[in-house]
Design a protein around this ligand. Structure first.
Ligand code: AP5
Length: 216
């Protein structure tokens, strides 16, 4: 199965991906996580991406397309879920070209949220720098405050989760990423999911949609 997850910053893409990966055994290809790993490893790619990410702007298409083409190729045989890529129509066109010989995207899960919940989700988010697990200080607390349930690492706050940067990320989402929903709708593969409700309810809805695909 090849799935694309769309949604505004804080819609819960990373949170739901973790569930899908466990249930369906797909590769989780998160462009944001790959970029953050490159930054912490101090690679050339990480250095190029840094200023865009810190400002809440998109990293240029050519950098992202090269980075993700490699990841998609490696994960192609087992199936994958794309989280944060594509994020522009140019990226989606390039992804389609790279998949042309190998089948298309099976489903696009479009996580929809009311923007009034975004800031609280982002400023309360805490992540594990070791395994990438995502928590929230109110909605999804770790068992021991400030520590990852999986490996005990100290949880951190992302530098782009400040109110100012979140506002720009939202604006960038509307301008550059939202047009992708129509791009994919033409292929009839978009499932809209109401994502501003309890994470388990969102998970149940996501699984219900995916089960219909598995049965086809
Ligand atoms: P990226 O890391 O992809 O950030 P994003 O799309 O803004 O999405 P987030 O990871 O912030 O949110 P999410 O939807 O995954 O929410 P989460 O599950 O964590 O990208 C970062 C930057 O990298 C970009 O700004 C850009 O610069 C660059 N970049 C990445 N990809 C790019 C590309 N393709 N092209 C160009 N540039 C690119 O949940 C958020 C919080 O809410 C958590 O605390 C969670 O616990 C909580 N939560 C989740 N679900 C619920 C729920 N149902 N109810 C209550 N709380 C919930």
């Amino acid at each position: 199965m090849r799935i694309v997850l769309l949604g505004a910053p804080g819609a819960g893409k990373g949170t739901q991906c973790k569930n899908i990966v466990v249930e369906y055994g797909l590769g989780h290809l998160s462009s944001g996580d790959i970029l953050r790993r490159n930054r912490s490893d101090g690679t050339e790619l990480g250095k190029k991406a840094q200023s865009y990410m810190d400002a809440g702007d998109l990293v240029p298409d050519e950098i992202i397309i090269e980075m993700m083409s490699e990841a998609v190729e490696q994960a192609s045989a087992a199936g994958f879920i794309l989280d944060g890529f594509p994020r522009t129509v140019t990226q989606a066109v390039e992804l389609d070209k790279s998949l042309a010989d190998d089948g298309a995207i099976d489903a696009v899960l479009n996580l929809k949220i009311d923007e009034s919940v975004v800031e609280a989700r982002m400023t309360g988010r805490r992540s594990c720098p070791k395994c990438g697990a995502v928590y929230h200080v109110e909605n999804l607390k770790p068992q021991s405050e400030g520590l990852c349930d999986h490996d005990g690492a100290e949880l951190v706050q992302r530098p782009d989760d400040t109110p100012e940067v979140v506002a720009n990320r939202l604006e960038t989402y509307h301008r550059q990423t939202e047009p992708l929903v129509d791009y994919y709708r033409k292929n009839g593969v978009v499932f809209d999911i109401k994502a501003d409700r309890d994470p388990d309810e969102v998970k149940a809805c996501v699984f219900e949609k995916l089960q219909t695909l598995v049965k086809q």
